[in-house]
Write a protein that binds this ligand. Structure first.
Ligand code: KIV
Length: 271
């Protein structure tokens, strides 16, 4: 029997055991109760309340504007839905980089006010102290290396990271450090598959890739992208599992047309 099939509830311990037994971890984002219910029931192991909510839910160009209060609102809805999945919540930009006390306070607010199970934050050595302080309070932390969207103005572009030796070496050191201080998992975003495979083999904690190849211990995608609800964004790593955007558009067009033609409601749809 596999580890994830036996588990009634996915915990950080379960994902660790999944890595040890070679079972891949499926992670997706969700930001609201209804979608999170479907994601949870479909067997996703980890639901990420990502700060991509800033783009997907609020229509911002970057992840920078979303606030801690807004992340907590989304997290509360997802936690209500998740009966099996581990719920991880992004610490938004500006709530953990300043100092470790602020980082701890932000993480505590997320855990206390939403009931989530873990937090995720972006970066390596520059946020080490913040991560240690959060971990010392008993809050599980997921790291995030490679393309870290909260630093988009530093990078200037959303292209693949760590292609050059110097940045790849820094990423390897940061991943080892995140593993050693006790992060329960690390996301690798948009880095060469070979590099992700090498680091995945070197660290004990599970790695979750998005545009980081098949050798990561798990994969994550943004829900609205993989369902085809959002259509403008189509990087090479994104596989679309549906075209819900088109289906929703057709359904709504049909509704508008039926209302205008007085075809809705019909006799059996009224009292
Ligand atoms: O916010 C998010 O959706 C993320 C994933 C892309 C990993 O951080």
């Amino acid at each position: 029997m596999s580890v994830h099939k036996e588990a009634k509830r996915i915990t950080t311990q379960v994902v660790h055991e999944m890595k040890q037994s070679g079972e891949k971890i499926a992670m997706l984002t969700a930001y609201d109760y209804t979608m999170a219910t479907v994601v949870d029931q479909a067997g996703v192991d980890i639901i990420l309340v990502g700060d991509s909510a800033s783009n997907v839910m609020a229509g911002h160009e970057t992840t920078l504007p979303i606030t801690l209060d807004q992340m907590i609102y989304h997290a509360q809805a997802v936690v209500r839905a998740a009966k099996r999945a581990l719920v991880v919540v992004d610490l938004p930009f500006g709530t953990y980089q300043g100092n470790s006390k602020e980082a701890l306070n932000s993480a505590i607010r997320i855990m206390k006010e939403s009931g989530a199970h873990a937090v995720k934050l972006e970066g390596g050595r520059e946020v080490k102290e913040s991560i240690e302080r959060i971990l010392s309070a008993g809050i599980p932390v997921m790291g995030h290396l490679g393309l870290t969207p909260q630093s988009i103005y530093k990078f200037g572009t959303y292209t693949v990271r760590a292609k050059e030796e110097e940045e790849a070496q820094r990423l390897k050191e940061d991943a080892q450090m995140l593993n050693d201080i006790g992060c329960f998992s690390i996301v690798f975003e948009k880095i060469p598959a070979k590099l992700a495979a090498e680091v995945t083999a070197a660290v004990d904690c599970p790695t979750i890739g998005i545009g980081a190849g098949a050798e990561c211990d798990g994969q994550v995608l943004v829900l609205h992208d993989m369902l085809g609800i959002t259509q403008a964004f189509s990087p090479r790593f994104l596989r679309r599992y549906g075209d819900l955007g088109d289906q929703m558009f057709s359904a709504i067009r049909q509704y508008v047309s039926d209302v205008r033609a007085v075809d809705f409601p019909n006799e059996s749809e009224q009292y």
